[in-house]
Design a protein. Structure first.
Length: 230
């Protein structure tokens, strides 16, 4: 995950939070995307800001009240846009929370020009994988990376453990599919040493604002050690 260390004066930790979906264009009016409200990333950003951290948000197509009034926000539409923003911004931050729901596929060869007419012969769309973003991002020894996993409840921990390596993350926030379009979350935190952290004794649902506060508090000691000690 690491390339080299850089020194910096001590000050507020700098958090970069991505949230919302990507929209991979089919034509000028249609797209392939993942369902994501951006709510969990937004709540984590708020919780981090309350600790005194400097927070910047990279937001996909989503409609969250107070987002732009509360944070320094840059917008993206597709995965390529997000990749460009991360490449530019990540070297200047300490913590990356990759809560954005990046689409897995896009149209092979790129967007079809114009608009496909409804009365035309239905097109055959060939898809290609969207290039992995987080796993290919260059990070320093003193930067901390939080990835996310969303899977059926009985598969989410196994998926999170696989993603730890593939995404070169320090930890993975694992959520079940039931959290989609929901004001609540059952998130757990999976670490590379096989630890799984839950809120108290429960793996049940709680308000996303409460879960976000817990996530920030739970990962803060590891962030402090990695970002301050290098």
């Amino acid at each position: 995950m690491s390339t080299s260390n850089t020194s910096k004066s001590k000050g507020p930790l700098r958090w970069l939070v991505t949230l919302g979906p990507t929209h991979e264009p089919i034509d000028q009016v249609r797209f392939i995307g993942n369902r994501s409200s951006g709510r969990m990333g937004f709540e984590i950003a708020k919780a981090a800001q309350e600790t005194g951290a400097h927070v910047r948000i990279l937001a996909g197509p989503c409609n969250l009240l107070q987002l732009d009034s509360c944070f320094h926000v840059a917008r993206f539409q597709c995965a390529a846009d997000l990749r460009k923003l991360l490449t530019e911004d990540w070297p200047n931050f300490d913590v990356l929370v990759m809560a954005a729901a990046v689409a897995d596929w896009r149209i092979a060869g790129g967007q079809i020009a114009g608009k496909i007419r409804r009365d035309a012969t239905p097109p055959t769309l060939q898809l290609e994988p969207v290039v992995e973003i987080l796993g290919n991002l260059q990070s320093r020894n003193n930067q901390f990376v939080v990835g996310f996993a969303l899977e059926p409840k009985d598969e989410v921990l196994a998926s999170a453990r696989r993603k730890l390596l593939a995404k070169k993350a320090d930890c993975i926030v694992a959520n079940s599919l039931e959290t989609l379009d929901c004001e609540q979350s059952d998130a757990q935190i999976v670490w590379g040493d096989e630890r799984v952290m839950t809120r108290g004794e429960s793996t049940g649902f709680a308000a996303k604002s409460d879960v976000a506060q817990w996530i920030v508090k739970a990962i803060s000691p590891a962030i402090a050690q990695k970002c301050r000690d290098c």
